[in-house]
Design a protein around this ligand. Structure first.
Ligand code: NAP
Length: 466
């Protein structure tokens, strides 16, 4: 509201203040879309819980995928825009409630992703030696909140590893665990991660799909890469590649499925040579329970068949696979931010189809959503660009028709946070962290080493005298 209490259209003097919660790809793409238009004057606060930007580009994309991780350079250009202010190290719901945030801005875009793991709901899931892929990925990418102790204790005993799920995250985890230390040496993984992986006694890795290869979620490039490792050999049972007519039809109609099958069939004749790590891809196996006294020693699976609708149907045939480490890689799940509705079953924020948040069945003025917390955990980094654009278009349309207006003078978000004793990390602070990571990497002959402790990240900020 302006001084007399009424709302007004945004202007150069009083732009539309937009807070974006989550500085991962979806948030950065949303900020970028807002800066690339001239119709509505805007100023943007791009808020993140971590002192660092880039979300899953930093803490999701596997460190042995440096080309994919290089997208951060592109994302950085959006952070450098003068209309965008990065505000890291601020946890909405903890440092500031959502209600309080909304008093500082005219609109909020939620882009905080889907950070939790999905559960299997089978006995033994909680045993030591059972980890979620989200835990493993957080650990090997140096996420400050990673449960180091739990992951490292499990890896210290991991001779036989079973990864459940046949998505790209499952391939990432299996690949990282099956790699030779020399293959990871040049990555930006923290040193303790490299050391623990080098010492892990991994002898075999098995990836389990509950349905057939025609229903697998991985993509061909990621699949091919499994066979490009120094000391691991991919093994596929030819029986798993015999498909029912409906799956054959699917392979003929879908190029990705057809290519995946071509790659898998090319591996069916592989023979394991002595000294190499077997990396088995097994399909038509549904996890039934994790077995073990005090810790995981195996996993019981049931053989399945795929019915005409592509569903896995149990055959009653059970098999016990030895496993010291079971990694559940069956997808991510979004969490509610205090004060924001999240649909329990999908783990997404209800919206009108183009990103306007719905509360009680109606669009809530000034609230928008983009990325995984909007559409669920699917797609590649670039998918978020179109998704964020769609949401920003909805926001701009609301600003154009007056649904969204500026509400007069508001306090500055960063000043409010600082007055409360919070320690927001701004762009120049992030640059100090960035420089410290590059320096740490250089000390070991690498381009960068990720700093994994929140305190170390903040110490790099405090070390810069202004
Ligand atoms: P995902 O692609 O959804 O795959 C999840 C896998 O878990 C599927 O194979 C699914 O099988 C299986 N699954 C689900 N519930 C299960 C259960 N109860 N028992 C056994 N298996 C179960 O998820 P994601 O791998 O976490 O990947 C998330 C997104 O990130 C995807 O879009 C992915 O492509 C993307 N990503 C991309 C890259 C890359 O481009 N390199 C890397 C990592 C991630 P069903 O199909 O039978 O449900």
């Amino acid at each position: 509201m302006v001084a007399d209490g009424s709302a007004a259209p945004p202007s150069a003097r009083r732009p539309l203040r937009v807070a974006i919660i989550g500085a991962g790809p979806a948030g950065i793409f949303a900020a970028d879309a807002l800066t690339r238009q001239d119709d509505v004057p805007v100023s943007i606060d791009l808020i993140d819980r971590l002192p660092t930007p880039f979300g899953l580009v930093r803490h999701g994309i596997a460190p042995d995928h440096p080309k994919m991780r290089a997208i951060r350079e592109t994302l950085h250009r959006s952070l450098d825009q003068p209309l965008v202010r990065f505000v890291g190290n601020v946890d909405i719901g903890v440092d500031l409630s959502l209600e309080e945030l909304r008093e500082h801005v005219d609109a909020v875009i939620y882009t905080y992703g889907a950070a939790l793991d999905r559960r299997l709901g089978i006995p033994g899931e909680e045993l030591p030696g059972s980890l979620a892929a989200t835990d493993v990925v957080a650990w090997y990418t140096g996420h400050p909140d990673a449960d180091r102790e739990r992951v490292e204790a499990a890896l210290a005993l991991a001779r036989s590893v079973v990864v459940i799920g046949v998505g790209n995250v499952a391939l990432d985890v299996a690949r990282v665990l099956a790699r030779e230390p020399s293959e990871l040496e040049s990555t930006d993984m923290p040193q303790h991660v490299l050391d623990v992986l080098a010492a892990a006694p991994v002898e075999q890795v098995t990836i389990l799909g509950r349905r057939g290869p025609a229903q697998a979620a991985f993509t061909t490039q990621e699949l091919r890469e499994l066979d490009e490792m120094t000391a691991a050999t991919v093994l596929v049972d030819p029986v798993d590649l015999e498909l029912d007519p409906a799956s054959e039809e699917r392979a003929a109609a879908d190029r990705v499925v057809g290519r995946n099958l071509g790659v898998l069939r090319g591996w069916a004749g592989h023979v394991l040579e002595a000294g190499r790590t077997p990396l088995r891809l097994r399909f038509f196996r549904r996890p039934v329970r994790l077995v073990g006294e005090g810790r995981v020693t195996g996993i019981e699976v049931e053989r399945t068949a795929v019915d005409g609708d592509g569903r896995a149907v149990g055959t009653g045939e059970l098999e016990l696979l030895p496993a010291d480490l079971v990694v559940r890689s069956v997808g991510y799940r979004g969490t509610p931010l205090p004060g924001l509705p999240v649909d329990e079953s999908s783990g997404t924020v209800p919206h009108d189809g183009v990103g306007r948040v719905q509360r009680d069945g109606r669009s809530s003025a000034g609230e928008y959503v983009a990325g995984w917390i909007k559409r669920g955990p699917s797609g590649v980094v670039g998918t978020n660009k179109h998704d964020a654009r769609e949401t920003v278009d909805a926001l701009l349309a609301d600003a154009a028709d007056g649904t969204l207006a500026v509400r007069g003078a508001v306090d500055d978000l960063v000043e409010t946070l600082q007055a409360r004793g919070a320690e927001p990390v701004l762009l120049e602070d992030w640059r100090a962290i960035d420089a410290a990571e590059v320096a740490l990497g250089a000390s070991r002959g690498r381009a960068r080493t990720t700093m994994h402790e929140r305190e170390a990240l903040l110490a790099a900020v405090r070390a810069v005298v202004r």
